[in-house]
Design a binder for this molecule. Structure first.
Ligand code: PEP
Ligand code: MN
Length: 340
């Protein structure tokens, strides 16, 4: 259920309602909107006398939340969530500006990453992606540089001001990755790793949550709910394509998820056209289509020498290609009332 406070509700009235929620054995989650505050009561509230809270001063109404994902739903928060990422270039996801996150699939070496970072910055990206811990299908493939890779990412932020987005694969990596990254990426294969979701929900940095390979939209939002219910509302959803019978591309990229998420959730959604297609020649047009569909940003794999990339070379565009598609993406953004 949610308790909608009156527009002029005071802090002490909000505190009082939080206290009543706790008395019911539930946890409060306070969402301060631009007009009014909404307090969500988390936990199993089926047998509680929650309607009584309507008597408390400053309360407008008490409502059930119909969606299974409560904190992630628009029923609870009408205005869109805007998430500043960090760095010094003003990287924000969910505002008027589309956020461009670019960089290699994996951090391979210091030279590779620093050069790529500089180039994606010049192309207009405000955040840098790069995996230091890589989820690989085969245990014999390159697994990432680990902490050494995180240090290189942090150096790239120092030198360029780009915010750093990097994957965390396990609960016991969360505090390490948190020390270096600005945004913690939870990969598609971990979307239903509930312990990991709770662990990234227990820290404060934004989380970029990839959609699972065969997850439904509801499962995706329930994964976000795990993170938010631990106290971290800064969840960026990322569609990266799903597994279908189709073989011409690595995954099928369902862009209709963008307007649908915007309809049912307040969370921002970005598109990963690289994992989403698996082929560099499809990436530029999918970047443009994603912006046209209203996506809040893009996360794009870029590599200076894709032929020799240690991971995902086939789907990596070069920073030069990124630079070339940027003017068109900017025009499309303006056409749909956004900016890049
Ligand atoms: C990646 O971003 O390189 C990656 C492994 O993504 P996903 O988890 O979407 O497969
Ligand atoms: Mn990749």
């Amino acid at each position: 259920m949610i308790v909608v406070m009156q527009e002029d509700a005071t802090d002490s009235q909000i505190k009082h309602v939080s206290h009543l929620i706790r008395e019911l054995g539930l946890r409060e989650h306070i969402i301060k909107g631009t007009e009014r505050t909404v307090i969500a009561a988390l936990g199993d509230d089926r047998a509680k006398n929650k309607e009584n809270i309507e008597h408390a001063p400053g309360v407008e109404k008490v409502m059930p939340v119909l969606a299974k994902y409560k904190m992630a739903s628009r029923e609870v928060k009408k205005e869109r969530t805007v998430i500043p990422l960090g760095g010094t270039l003003g990287a924000v996801v969910g505002g008027k500006k589309n956020c461009i996150i670019a960089g290699p699939c994996s951090v391979e070496s210091r030279d590779q990453l620093l050069q790529c970072a500089q180039e994606v910055k010049e192309a207009g990206a405000t955040a840098l992606r790069g995996g230091a811990f890589k989820p690989r299908t085969s245990p014999y493939d390159f697994q990432g540089l680990g902490e050494a890779g995180l240090k290189i990412l942090a150096e790239a932020r120092e030198k360029t001001g780009l915010a750093i987005v990097t994957e965390v694969m396990a609960v016991d990596q969360v505090s390490l990755v948190n020390q270096y990254a600005d945004v913690l990426q939870v990969g598609a294969r971990n979307m239903q790793n509930y312990n990991l979701l709770m662990a990234v929900g227990d820290q404060k940095k934004p989380v970029l949550l990839k959609r699972g390979l065969s997850a439904t939209l509801e499962e995706f939002l329930l994964a976000a709910e795990y993170i938010i219910s631990r106290g971290n509302s800064n969840v960026i959803l990322c569609e990266r394509g799903i597994r279908t019978f189709e073989t011409y591309c690595r995954n099928t990229l369902p862009l209709a998820i963008v307007p649908e998420i915007h309809r049912i959730s307040h969370l921002p959604i970005i598109i990963d056209p690289s994992q989403g297609t698996g082929h560099a020649h499809l990436v530029p047009d999918m970047c443009k289509a994603a912006i046209a569909a209203g996506a809040d940003g893009l996360i794009i794999e870029t590599h200076d020498d894709p032929e020799h990339a240690l991971t995902d070379g086939a789907q990596s565009i070069t920073p030069k290609t990124l630079q070339e598609i940027m003017p068109t993406m900017k025009r499309i953004a303006v056409a749909v009332d956004r900016e890049i």
